[in-house]
Write a protein that binds this ligand. Sequence first.
Ligand SMILES: [Zn+2]
Length: 301
Amino acid sequence: MLVDPWWKAEACAADVLKQQNITKLPIDPFQIADAKQIMHQENSSLDAGVSGCLMRVGDHFGIMYSTRFQNNGFRRFTVGHELGHYFLEGHPEYLFKDGCTVHTSTTGFLSDDRYEQEADAFAASLLMPKPLFREAAANAGNGLNAVIAMATLCEMSLTSTAIRYARLIAEPVAVVLSMNRKVLFSIMSPTLRAQRNLSWLKKGAGVPPSTLTFQFAGDSTNIQNAQTASGYTTLDDWFDGPDTEISEEVIGLGEYGRTLTVLRAESLPDPETVMERSDGRMDDDAESLLPSQRFFQKSRY
Ligand SMILES: [Zn+2]
């Protein structure tokens, strides 16, 4: 049986926050490392594809993170990821078996590795804890504005915040990350996912030509200069669903050429109620699309 990496990670991260009596945003991963006597420092000589690493010598642990990316949210996420390898059950034993002393984490990929997925889910759960995030998001506006406000509050990247937002928000929302008009991943909120008549936007699928995102991505300066655009589209345009109007907001993510799209429906035809699963099993492909979340950009997001 496949186990949802979020289920284990959410529980473990909540436990760490409780033990350290941390109850306010933003969460400081460096403080959490300090409390466990885990050394942490920047390193300018890590390889280009490496975001950070966790080292173990005997019972002592240390985290290094790359200085290559001047993005606070990216650094914080990297430290959160390495803390995941420290705190999650079975990780130290697996990563440091056979005398291995260093685990390196790479950047910019959609990892299929269970340990990497769990560490990513831990980082998101630790730095954007479910109850605190939901409480703040309820007063953060809607759509892209809410994502930007939450990214600022949590000191996280826009991309990792958007993923968390779509997972935790009650509204019918979808978040799509694309590059060169191809989908890198998409996440639907539970309410939208409950609409069983929608087709999932798979990794590698083309951004629909009729959409604002497609048009926006045609001009690379929009992306490089972190421009935004907004308009209306339909569920049909994006998901082969009903002809329901939805808002479409797009923002360019800087030099890596990625575009973030937030889709939001005011209302849905024939809504269904979904209960959050508690058994840890995957409910569909959505969870297997968990990104490594190391989609970073030079701008502050
Ligand atoms: Zn890792």
